[in-house]
Ligand binder design. Structure first.
Ligand code: TXA
Ligand code: MG
Length: 325
């Protein structure tokens, strides 16, 4: 695997060519790092599943450089989806739409729907633009971690997750720490109204404020498969427990207003909700690096982004899929 640390035009063109030639390219986005591949090349998409250890019926998000490009991938796009794209792209938003013929079963997990996102990170956008300029249609990119594990928010974390599974012609692009730190908000746009099926940095409240619509959150009956919907996900090896009762030698994550209990190992003290999102996965990773067995966490309170963070904490603390990664 080759590392690009200096994101010059020449280097990003090299990585774009690698994508087009059927290699894997790990790249930064504003949410988490993605494991990128040409969405029209089955062979390399198969490698995504094996590198991640992810079941093949879990679909992938196609990343494009702008809203105009979604027409290649989706049909019967409702007006509300266009409006969402116009308002929030480039940014941490993924829309589920009815697929076109270009979106094959091997990226949609055999469903008739395709997930699309225009990422906001300048390196991601430049990489995708360069790849499109040489004929690429879209870059599938799941988070660059092993299945069920914690999403990486830096190139170092992505290397730790996947470095040994990549081959000589694959790339990892180092674009620094991700600004937001949790995955994009996913909105199902296949019905009459938009439904949030994975909460994220763009909140229902923001959408309501900017569009005037009331937006609903996932209903349990929703049949679209989203791996982020598994009860357990985003888990470190350490056991994550929501509690303020902390014993000696245990890890502790809470807003900075909570003081560190005696003998606890403080892993993060975010001052704001935004900072909480940004450092949550780093703190989980730090627990594993330090060999900490149990982490006690006081989740943030409130709606919006705080609720999205709580969603990730709940998934990290659920035990049913432990050992999956
Ligand atoms: O922020 C993000 O969304 C990051 C960055 C790299 O863009 N990507 C990401 O991808 O989180 P991934 O694969 O780790 O999570 C995407 C989720 C999965 O749970 C997947 O099942 C769901 O999106 N998804 C993808 N395509 C879908 C589809 N057609 N229908 C329903 N869910 C879909
Ligand atoms: Mg993921």
């Amino acid at each position: 695997m080759q590392m690009i640390s200096n994101c010059t035009d020449v280097e990003l063109k090299k990585a774009a060519k690698a994508l087009k030639d059927g290699h894997l390219v790990v790249f930064p986005t504003e949410t988490v790092y993605g494991l990128g591949a040409d969405a029209t090349n089955k062979k390399v998409v198969d490698r995504i599943y094996s590198v991640k250890g992810r079941p093949t019926d879990h679909p992938l998000i196609v990343h494009v450089s702008g809203i105009k490009k979604i027409q290649q991938w989706a049909i019967e796009i409702p007006d509300f989806a266009i409006e969402l794209g116009r308002k929030f792209w480039p940014g941490p938003l993924t829309l589920i739409l009815k697929r076109s013929k270009v979106a094959e079963n091997y990226i949609t997990g055999n469903q008739d729907y395709v997930a699309l996102r225009v990422p906001g990170h300048p390196v991601a956008l430049e990489l995708i633009r360069n790849y499109e300029n040489i004929g690429g249609l879209g870059v599938v990119a799941p988070s660059a971690n092993r299945f069920g594990a914690v999403s990486p928010t830096s190139a170092g974390d992505a290397t730790e997750e996947l470095g040994t599974f990549l081959s000589g012609e694959d790339f990892i692009i180092d674009g620094g720490n991700c600004e937001l730190g949790i995955e994009s908000t996913i909105i199902d746009c296949t019905g009459l109204t938009p439904i949030i099926i994975r909460p994220g940095c763009i909140t229902g409240q923001q959408i309501e404020n900017s569009t005037g619509w009331k937006i609903s959150a996932i209903s349990k009956k929703n049949e679209i498969k989203t791996s982020g919907q598994l009860v357990s996900h985003y888990s470190p090896r350490a056991e994550i427990i929501k509690s303020s009762k902390v014993f000696e030698g245990e890890g502790f994550i809470a807003m900075d207003v909570f003081s560190t209990p005696l003998g606890a190992i403080r892993l993060a003290s975010p001052k704001t909700i935004e900072e909480y999102a940004k450092i949550l996965y780093k703190a989980f990773r730090a627990a594993d690096h330090q060999g900490i067995a149990k982490v006690k966490i006081i989740p943030p309170s409130g709606i919006g982004l705080a609720a999205s963070i709580v969603d990730r904490i709940n998934k990290a603390s659920a035990k049913s899929l432990k050992g999956k990664d």
